[in-house]
Design a protein around this ligand. Sequence first.
Ligand SMILES: [Zn+2]
Length: 267
Amino acid sequence: MRAGADLVDRIDGFAPPELHDARRGLWRKLRHALRGVGCKDADDVVDMVLRAVVVAHLGEEARSRERRARRSDDWYWRAKVTVEEQVAKLREHPIVRAFPFHAVEYFEPDEVRCPHGRHRKKCEGIRRRLEDLMTLREPAPKMRVLVRRVAELRHELHSANVDADLRKPDEFCSPLPAARYKRWTVPIAARGGRPVDELRRYLMLTVIGRLTESGLSVEKSFEYLQSILAFCFGRQVDAATLERQWRRLPRGERLGVGPPRRPPGRT
Ligand SMILES: [Zn+2]
C-alpha cells in the first residue's frame, strides 16, 4: 500500500464526511493533471500535498488548543478542552473501531446556561425524565423493568432537587432545534480570522510551491488549493483571493520553502 493511502484515511478522519467522494475525486484529478503536464513523480507530489493537509490540520488543532488554554479562566473553554481530550482518547482506544469525531456537537458558550439558570443539558434532562415519568405513570406499568425505571426516574429527579409530583415538564427547557447546527462543523475548528490565515498561509507555502514546481500553472495550482480548503477543511475561499494573498506574502517567504520555483507563465 502506498504511504498516500494512510494519509488519505487520516484526512477523512477530520475532513467533512459528506465530501469523502469529492476528496477521492480531487486526489485522482490532481495525480492525473500532474502526469498530464509531464510530472515524473506525480505520486510523490500528491503524497506531499496530502501530508501538507494533515500537517495543516494538526497545526490548527494545536493552535486551537493553546488558544483555549490561554483563556483558562473561562470555564467553558477549559471544559471543552477536557471533553475534546476525552473524545480523542475514546477514538484512540484499542477496542474502538470507529468513532464519529465530527458528530460531537457542542453548545455555544452562551447556550450552556438556560433561561432557568441551570446548565441547559441538565434542564433538558429533567424535562425528559418528567415526560418519561408521565408516560409511564398512566396506566401504571405492569412490567417489572418499568416499575424499576419509574423508581429510578424518581430518584434521579429527587437528586436534581425536582419534586416529581409537583413539577411539570414545560417548566423546563426543551432541546434546541437540530437545524441550528451546521451540517459539518469540524470539531476542533478555528474561530476568528487569524488561525484561518495561518492554515491558508501554510498550505500556500507548501502546496502551491510544489505544484507549480511540478509543472502545473499558478492558476491551476490555486484552483486545487481552493478545492483542498473546501473539501478537507470546509472553507470556502476562491482561487483568485488565494492567489492575491499569496502574492502579498513576502517574496522571501514564498521562495523560502523547498527549492526555488518559477511559476510558469507568470512573473
Ligand atoms: Zn431551562
